[in-house]
Design a protein around this ligand. Structure first.
Ligand code: F6R
Length: 634
């Protein structure tokens, strides 16, 4: 057994991204289907729904079309279905499976099994027993595909489900209902019940592949490394003889092999690794960095570091200085000061800075304090709003604004014939709108306008003069649906043009690889690609252009990664809060809240005060809040 395996009780394969992980799973499925077909056998697959397997199904469809993969010998059993729900309702998993897979392959419809969400309740027990019997009659499941809920559920086996459970009617956790709200108009529309295969069924499958991307890092680490407990249903998979977790890099970040690599094998003690280890040790023991003793190192798996680097106090000091030097109130560099360890250059001053904001509010939510400091300290700050963000405005909100436009024109004697028409059309459209039905282009434009006005108001609030807000409306985002296109040439061209116009000394962008719909990831790729191309083209200015990454609304940098921490006073925290409030279309219930029911300003404040608290725990001065950045080198 190697050291990783002594922590990870389930085999885990990590892929650079979810596409590559899905391709691996698709390959394994295809190989099994072909092997069975060659032996004239049926191949029984257990299927999952949700956001996780979407790219897997796309890959299977591609393999069917381009590589002739046939599903004629395949029998499928889906894990679960909402209850009650009509089979063909847009939100049903029946519809999901047909939309993403079954409508595009050559499977025999008689071989498809999906729990029936409209079976009469008083007969449901019998129905569920028959579902289990059908699985047995097919010879059992050869390969079961799973996703994982943020609470560790598999199928809809919520925490507390028995290891012996079979197919049955269950209550959905409130957290699951919140997480799945994105599939419905709002939470009240998410069913409270579901029919799910049990954990017992899943354990009986011959092979299990659980897929998990991005945001699932914390629960995946618990399921793989923690104790087996019914409170985390996925941890029960530790008892399965042939289960593998297929995850992407972001989802592997909480595993010990990444969190504390010195515990799972030899590691090279670079300054960054030393910082990571010492911070890990200090936080684990609840001590400040300078209070760590040689015994603390030895008793916690770090004697290796002591052997290599010598004295504990010297190591402590090295890390203490790294932490101390990352804190600065001068994100654009301190003018007329020579501070060699300062995260930014003092010259030139003032600098030209550009903040790339994936949605129209990420600038203020994620780096509002720094944004204001940069402007107040005399830098020329520009903001590039990369996408219109139109998808995240509710229908109610857009109707309210068109209503305003009609009233405004009426009030001033302007002919409001046209705006009345738009209002009428919008009302009619919204009244019958189905899930996944894109808005009309008028409605989309108005939703974009609402967010643009909010962003402009934020820039005014910070004090930027006119002309410093740039609305890019990158085309990859404008699908009208939740799912976005990949980065395109046009996205890069627009971004290169803007960068070349401004010639910034500093670029800030959202360094997220995990946001619910992948927008931040694409926005980041677009900026990276543009800068790489500009560099390759030999533009002089780009040699002096530094890139700082902030994290978007969903997470924060690990404390050991932070290279620049900008402290905020209580007043600045309040000022940032009011800046976030300007984004009224994103207050209260927004369409894509995710599992976190806190509003964006609350998340930002919790996160920024948490960073400040951790710095204080490590022995630094205690600030009210801190924003954090990591430098990207290219
Ligand atoms: C879906 C299912 C669930 C999901 C889980 C993750 O059939 O049974 O366990 O796999 O809720 O959902 P997503 O993939 O949407 O994050």
């Amino acid at each position: 057994m190697n050291m990783v395996e002594s922590f990870e009780k389930i085999p885990v394969k990590v892929f650079p991204d979810s596409k590559k992980g899905s391709a691996y799973v698709a390959q394994e499925i295809a190989a099994l289907i072909r092997k069975k077909a060659a032996a004239s056998e049926k191949c029984v697959l257990g299927m999952a729904t949700g956001a996780t397997p979407v790219s897997l199904y796309a890959e299977l469809v591609r393999m069917h079309r381009e590589e002739g993969l046939s599903f004629k010998n395949v029998i499928t059993f889906n894990l679960d279905e909402y209850y009650p729900i009509e089979k063909e309702a847009v939100h049903s998993y029946w519809s999901f499976m047909h939309r993403h897979l079954f409508d595009h392959i050559d499977i025999d419809p008689a071989n498809i099994h999906i729990p029936n969400g409209s079976w009469p309740k008083d007969d449901i027990k019998k129905y569920c027993a028959a579902y289990d019997e059908a699985i047995d009659a097919a010879g059992g499941i050869d390969l079961q595909i799973l996703g994982i809920g943020l609470n560790g559920h598999i199928g809809f086996n919520e925490p507390g489900s028995s290891i012996y459970s079979k197919t049955r009617l269950v209550n959905l956790d409130n957290t699951t209902r919140i997480a799945n709200t994105y599939e419905f108009a709002n939470i009240s529309k998410v069913p409270r019940l579901a029919v799910t295969m049990g954990i017992g069924n899943i354990l009986k499958s011959k092979r299990v592949l659980l897929m998990g991307w991005g945001q699932k890092a914390a629960i995946i680490a618990k399921a793989v490394e923690g104790n087996v407990t019914e409170q985390i249903p996925a941890s029960i998979l530790q008892q399965h003889p042939d289960c593998t977790f297929i995850i992407d890099e972001a989802a592997s970040s909480e595993l010990t092999r990444n969190k504390a690599p010195w515990l799972t094998g030899d590691c090279v003690w670079t300054p960054v690794m030393i910082k990571k280890a010492v911070i890990y040790l200090a936080l684990k023991l609840g001590k400040s960095v300078l209070s760590l003793t040689a015994m603390d190192y030895i008793e916690n798996g770090l004697s290796d570091l002591l052997v290599e680097k010598g004295d504990a106090y010297e190591i402590n000091l090295q890390v203490f200085y790294m932490l101390r030097d990352s804190i600065t109130g001068w994100p654009g560099g301190k003018p007329n000061a020579v501070i060699p360890a300062h995260p930014e250059r003092s010259e030139p001053h003032p600098k030209r800075c550009i903040i790339f904001s994936p949605h129209p509010d990420d600038d203020i939510i994620s780096m509002g304090g720094t944004f204001m400091r940069l402007h107040d300290q005399g830098h020329e700050v520009h903001v590039a709003y990369q996408t219109s963000g139109n998808i995240a405005v509710t229908d109610e909100f857009v109707t309210r604004f068109i209503d305003f436009a009609v009233g405004f024109e009426e009030m001033f004697g302007i002919d409001n014939h046209k705006s009345q028409q738009i209002l009428k059309a919008a009302r009619e459209y919204i009244a019958t709108k189905q899930k996944d039905q894109p808005d009309t282009s008028d409605i989309r434009s108005i939703k974009g306008l609402i967010r643009r006005c909010e962003a402009k108001a934020t820039c005014r609030y910070v004090g930027l003069p006119e002309g410093r807000a740039h609305f890019q409306n990158l085309p990859f985002y404008e699908t009208g649906a939740i799912e976005k296109n990949p980065m395109g040439e046009e996205d890069v061209t627009l971004t290169m043009q803007l960068l070349r116009k401004i010639k910034p000394h500093q670029v800030y962008c959202a360094g997220d690889l995990a946001d619910p719909h992948g927008t931040h990831k694409v926005c980041l790729e677009v900026v990276f690609e543009s800068l790489r191309r500009i560099k390759a083209a030999g533009d002089e200015w780009v040699k002096n252009c530094w890139v700082w990454l902030y994290k978007g609304a969903w997470q924060e940098w690990d404390i050991s990664e932070i290279e620049m921490a900008i402290p905020m006073s209580p007043d600045q925290v309040m000022k940032k809060r009011f800046g976030i409030f300007i984004h009224q279309s994103q207050k209260d219930m927004v369409p894509f809240q995710g599992t976190d029911s806190r509003e964006f300003w609350q998340r930002a404040e919790d996160r920024n005060s948490n960073t400040a608290n951790i710095y204080a725990e490590l022995g630094m001065t205690k600030y009210a809040a801190m924003e954090a950045f990591v430098r990207w080198h290219y």
